[in-house]
Design a protein around this ligand. Structure first.
Ligand code: GRF
Length: 186
């Protein structure tokens, strides 16, 4: 798993494994931020963690870092790479190492509202419903083939925060189910 933030989706995957809903094992959690809570969640579970040093770039995912990550994940014999709140674009070194094996969760009904703070985008656009999407990752921004989606209504008194919170409830159900679906397609 790769994440930059709180790792609530990572936690939902741990929970799905523990509850027997997902026959999988998380072998490593990587982050580009030393203080990302996703790393703490992994440590608490005894899952290996790794910090990816992206050389001080805010958004760039340097190709040499992607090469190193690809090599490490191959050595660990991982089957799937799951992005959960990972804020950098994955490119060829990782994509080539794991063709159709990298998943991402996005907080909108793609192809609507790709990019950052998709819940805020939906609210500002006056959408009456939004949701979340699990998709295969390609070299674009939130543009890969869609695997599964869940709908979330936008309520009249929603703020960005309340809407995002309700989307996250659905994300935590959707992501483990989508991983299971991707596994069944192998
Ligand atoms: C989620 O809303 C996800 O859709 C987006 O980033 C957020 C990550 O949340 N890509 P968390 O770190 O899993 O709590």
């Amino acid at each position: 798993m790769l994440g930059s933030g709180s790792g609530s989706n990572c936690q939902s995957i741990f929970n799905a494994i523990d509850e027997g809903r997902l026959p999988a094992e998380v072998v490593i959690v990587l982050s580009d931020h030393a203080d990302a809570y996703i790393l703490e969640r992994a440590r608490q579970r005894g899952v290996r963690t790794e910090l990816m040093d992206c050389g001080g770039y805010r958004n760039k995912f340097p190709l040499e870092v992607q090469e190193r990550v690809a090599q490490l994940l191959r050595e660990l014999r991982v089957d799937f790479v799951c992005l959960a709140g990972f804020m950098r674009l994955v490119k060829e070194p990782l994509l080539a190492a794991f063709p159709k094996r990298i998943l991402n969760i996005h907080p909108a009904l793609l192809p609507a509202f790709p990019g950052v703070e998709a819940w805020r985008q939906a609210l500002e656009a006056g959408a009456t419903q939004t949701g979340c999407t699990v998709h295969y990752v390609d070299a674009g921004m939130d543009s890969g083939e869609i695997l599964m989606q869940a709908f979330v209504p936008v309520l009249p008194d929603d703020t960005p925060e309340t809407l995002h919170a309700r989307i996250q409830v659905q994300e935590h159900i959707l992501y483990p189910a989508a991983i299971l679906s991707a596994l069944s397609r192998l």
